[in-house]
Design a binder for this molecule. Structure first.
Ligand code: PHE
Length: 358
């Protein structure tokens, strides 16, 4: 029993000498681990007779508790010392200004989409949605663009590989297929806008393979060209924030509208810069027209009873005009410096809430 006392003293000394936490862990394993003399002695208790077992058991347990307490005490002391050392060497200068937090910005496309949607929602339009990956029927055929129609070439379509039946899905070349989907899904009257991404195989100063449009569709029993003009003139003036913005409608051609037009806004290019408003020049901003009777027939509406107008406005071009962004391609370069320069503070879309709750 005397060597047990010596063992305890040796272990206590080792624990007290441990200079850091790894050394303390070593001392703990040596004192209390599975292979330690103490644990081995406890295992041997079974071989003793009852009285001797009781006495030795009490003693061993007492040693075990003392060693355990010593380890914990030493651990506490080491941790305190480490903290004291850190407190002595590290300093917090509470007078330093806070580090600036990375703050996000709203991309001009998102901003202009919100602005246009807010204006149109104020007019009573509701937002509708459709898939980016379309079938030929909704993107072309139902819009009165049959398979051999030259307009198909004009659209520079991205096609997917054909399935067994020879059907090719495609990336929608405009938001007009949402008109079809909406008229198929719900009965008239219709008054919807469909903002979203569109895709064409084209890339230069004024074209990117992905861009955004907002489609508009109004169908009712007495809608006429005057409604189209009033709606789009108000839209352009509200968006560019120029009350007497000159606009003109130029006859044009789309297979899914008749008559068709393109709307230009007045601008001036004097002195190299571009200015919206009065001037000698015109700038095209959207395509529009009265929905073609064939399109109405395809979705099961009687053209003798229902009529209406549609328009498709690009998002990037008005964004470039309103906010003075010179190169379309820069929109999608994901350059943070560009975004910091042209981006908008979040929560700064004043009329959106009013528009959507109207
Ligand atoms: N979908 C046409 C385009 O992308 C625009 C348009 C929409 C024209 C609706 C008329 C009516 O060019």
């Amino acid at each position: 029993m005397e060597d047990l006392h010596a063992l305890e003293e040796r272990m206590l000394a080792q624990i007290a000498d441990a200079g850091d936490l790894p050394a303390l862990e070593q001392a703990r394993v040596a004192a209390l681990g599975k292979r330690s003399p103490l644990t081995q002695a406890m295992k041997g208790l079974g071989g003793l007779d009852v009285d001797a077992r009781k006495e030795a058991g009490v003693r061993l347990n007492r040693i075990k508790r003392r060693l355990g307490d010593a380890v914990e005490a030493r651990r506490g002391a080491l941790e305190r010392a480490a903290l004291d050392e850190r407190l002595a060497t590290e300093r917090v200068d509470v007078t330093l200004p806070p580090r600036p937090e990375g703050e996000g910005a709203v991309h001009p496309v998102g901003q202009v989409l919100d602005e246009l949607i807010a204006i149109l929602a104020d007019m009573g339009f509701r937002v509708a949605d459709g898939p980016d990956i379309e079938d030929d029927f909704h993107n072309f055929t139902a819009l009165n663009i049959p398979p051999e129609h030259p307009a198909r070439q004009m659209h520079d379509t991205f096609y997917f590989r054909a399935d067994e039946a020879g059907e090719r899905m495609l990336l929608r070349t405009h938001t007009s297929p949402v008109q079809i989907r909406h008229m198929q899904a719900e009965p008239p009257p219709h008054r919807i806008i469909a903002p979203g991404r569109t895709y064409r195989c084209d890339y230069d100063m004024t074209h990117t393979p992905m861009f955004h449009q907002i489609e508009g569709l109004v169908i009712d029993e007495s809608t006429h060209m005057g409604h189209l003009k009033g709606c789009l003139i108000d839209l352009a003036r509200a968006f560019f924030e120029v009350d007497d913005l000159p606009v003109r409608f130029r006859p044009s051609y789309f297979p899914f509208t008749e008559p068709s037009a393109e709307m230009d806004i007045g601008c001036s290019r004097e002195g190299g810069g571009l200015r919206i408003g009065h001037g000698a020049d015109w700038m095209e901003i959207l395509g529009c027209g009265m929905v073609h009777p064939k399109v109405l027939e395809i979705v099961g509406l009687d053209p003798a009873r229902y009529q209406g107008f549609a328009f498709g406005i690009g998002v990037e071009r008005p964004a470039m005009l309103k906010y003075g962004i010179p190169d379309l391609r820069s929109f999608f370069d994901a350059d943070l410096r560009w975004l910091r320069h042209y981006g908008f503070a979040p929560f700064d879309v004043p009329s959106l809430a009013a528009g959507l709750s109207a």
